[in-house]
Design a protein around this ligand. Structure first.
Ligand SMILES: [Zn+2]
Length: 250
């Protein structure tokens, strides 16, 4: 390579770097309203029966109430204060434009799982890396893997499944452990991924090259791991049942 070609390449590289930096730092980034998920739980998902949960924010009460048992004015049956979609702690610690909905799902075989959907706001802190949250709450992650769920009419969906040892304090004050799981995936209008890092990568690319941030949703399912391992099959059946109900185009 002669000297002038080398200089030209150096200049070109500098221009590209400067342009990338300028786009990344100065362009106004627009938050779009497009969403890849419908923020409402179905009453039924395949053979699963759903029950949306609501939360009392009275610090003395903190009752969790099934929506079907909630009075018409949406007040807490225990203390009379208003009920909300997210718990008091979630509302306190997450950015104000984050929305969370939760529903319990039960199947005829007796599996009883909790599903939550977090809709991110403008702030990246709306959705944390799930592993960090679990460990920060005192739980232990003993295994991590990807589960491929067959969904009729589309490509299989990959979700992350963490084997978790949940730690909680029993009423008598002693520390108890329960074998559980936490499964999750992330959805934007254009992408689906079981990986938090991949999600961060898509967000950065959209921000730099499209000057926009689409809404991301974090869908998680948790429950107990029964000793006969039928929970894995049950988890796949719940995800397969929920997926078409939560997808706007279906
Ligand atoms: Zn209450």
């Amino acid at each position: 390579m002669d000297r002038s070609t080398s200089t030209a390449l150096t200049v070109l590289l500098a221009v590209v770097l400067a342009a990338t930096l300028a786009v990344a730092t100065s362009t106004r980034v627009v938050m779009t309203d497009r969403a890849g998920i419908r923020m409402a739980f179905p009453d039924k998902a395949g053979t699963w029966q759903g029950e949306v949960l609501l939360y009392c924010h009275n610090p003395e009460c903190r009752d969790v109430v099934a929506r079907s048992e909630t009075p018409e004015d949406r007040t807490c049956p225990t203390c009379g204060e208003p009920l909300f979609e997210a718990s008091l702690d979630e509302t306190t610690f997450l950015p104000a434009d984050t929305r969370i909905i939760k529903s319990r799902f039960q199947d005829p075989e007796g599996h009883d799982f909790m599903v939550s959907i977090v809709q991110a706001g403008q702030d990246r802190a709306s959705i944390h890396r799930p592993q960090l949250c679990l460990v920060a709450q005192g739980n232990e992650i003993s295994d991590s893997r990807t589960l491929t769920v067959d969904i009729p009419g589309r490509d299989p969906l990959d979700i992350t499944v963490l084997d978790v040892i949940f730690r909680h304090t029993a009423p008598d004050g002693t520390m108890r452990t329960t074998p559980g799981f936490m499964a999750y995936w992330f959805v934007s209008p254009d992408h689906e991924t079981p990986s938090h890092l991949t999600r961060m990568g898509w967000m950065a690319l959209d921000r730099v090259f499209k000057s926009r941030i689409d809404r991301w949703h974090y869908i998680s399912v948790n429950g107990y791991r029964d000793p006969d391992s039928s929970w894995v099959e049950a988890l796949a059946s719940l995800v397969a049942g929920l997926y078409p109900e939560l997808t706007p185009s279906s």
